[in-house]
Design a protein around this ligand. Structure first.
Ligand code: NAI
Ligand code: MG
Length: 338
């Protein structure tokens, strides 16, 4: 029986790249049924809430989501719908592969995966101002939360991911030399977990700033990387830069109860409705989704077709130096399917 997934097309270019992605999934014979739901501005306009209960119910039922970019409406009470969804379903692992698809970039044959802790760290948003001498905002303070539970499950996720995907090494990046308690705990727990995989998966720990430099100097020394929330946010974008930018970067947000696969770029209001958006990021996210629901063969066929089109270079969208429309690019990928 076909697996039903929740599809949230999103805002701006979201519906365009979603349509392209679903067409390719169908052409490739993915065994999926699509339960279309709204979130973001589209939901606010039609259902008067940016995160409708029926969308949440659909995700609870289906447990797997494909999501286009969402424009966060100002003054909605949510800091961001993306953050709200991650919180609601405790999507603790943010998985960001960075793989070269188009030749001629800064590097060839990059193949890295960053696993970012998605629920803790500074991004819990426990912040406040401190008033002094008549200035209510003389200072500001933010709290970094690291729990043994949170650190353990993300590092374990990284090792299990490495095992499942035939990877050789996990690098834990941290700042325990300065943040001795929070980052110290993350490193301590990480080393404990790593010890369980000794002889199976190689392990190293490195300081975050040195890791950032090493990623640019010689990315090939890395394989799977794991780190806390904010460091992961920054380095995953840096890694996307190694392979041609956010337009080529997919993402999965994984929890025990649900998994959400999304484009990492935003809703691109500057090109929305023009039919020229590049669907690659969402399509690659859909391939991660297929891996997740045990349709890895279909995912592999789509990745091969996509790579063929990008390498041939005749049909590319404007952001990657071509002049093709979203529909033309989508047709080319479908033609390139085996
Ligand atoms: P953006 O990623 O939407 O756009 C940045 C630049 O990249 C623009 O010039 C855009 O045209 C281009 N671009 C992005 N995706 C593209 C694609 N698939 N094909 C071709 N060109 C593409 O970032 P921006 O402008 O900062 O944010 C716009 C809106 O998106 C904001 O409301 C923001 O909150 C939201 N956003 C949502 C995200 C999500 O849902 N995961 C992530 C980032 C931003
Ligand atoms: Mg980010």
């Amino acid at each position: 029986m076909a697996r039903t997934i929740t599809v949230i097309p999103g805002d701006g270019i979201g519906p365009e790249v979603t349509e392209a992605t679903l067409r390719i999934l169908e052409a490739a014979g993915a065994d999926l049924e699509f339960d279309h739901r709204l979130a973001g501005v589209a939901a606010l306009e039609q259902l008067r809430t940016p995160l409708p209960e029926e969308t949440l119910d659909s995700i609870r039922r289906n447990r797997v989501v494909l999501k286009g970019p969402l424009t966060t409406p100002v003054g909605s009470g949510f800091r961001s719908i993306n953050v709200a969804l991650r919180k609601e379903f405790d999507l603790y692992a943010n998985v960001r592969p960075a793989r070269t698809l188009m030749p001629g970039g800064r590097y060839e044959d990059i193949d890295l995966v960053l696993i970012r802790e998605n629920t803790e760290g500074l991004y819990v948003g426990v912040e406040h101002y401190i008033g002094m001498e008549g200035d209510p905002r003389a200072a500001a303070e933010s709290v970094m939360i690291v729990t043994r539970f949170g650190a353990e499950r993300i590092v374990r996720y990284a090792f299990e991911y490495a095992k499942r995907h035939g990877r050789r090494k996990v690098t834990l990046a941290h700042k325990a030399n300065i943040l001795k308690y929070t980052q110290g705990l993350f490193l301590e727990v990480g080393r404990e977990v790593a010890a369980e995989y000794e002889g199976e998966i190689e392990f190293e720990d490195r300081i975050i700033d040195a890791t950032a430099m090493a990623l640019v100097l010689d990315p090939y020394q890395f394989d799977v990387l794991v780190m806390e929330n904010m460091f992961g946010d920054i380095l995953s974008d840096q890694m996307a830069g190694l392979v041609g930018g956010l337009g080529f970067a997919p993402a999965g947000n994984i929890g025990r109860e649900a998994a959400m696969f999304e484009a990492v770029h935003g809703s691109a209001p500057d090109i929305a409705g023009k039919g020229v958006a590049n669907p690659t990021s969402l399509l690659l996210s859909a391939c991660m989704l297929l891996d997740h629901v045990e349709q890895a063969e279909t995912a592999a066929r789509i990745r091969t077709a996509l790579e063929r089109v990008l390498r041939a270079g005749e049909v590319r969208t404007p952001d990657s130096g071509g002049s093709a429309t979203t529909a033309e690019f989508t047709d080319a990928v479908i033609r390139a399917l085996d």
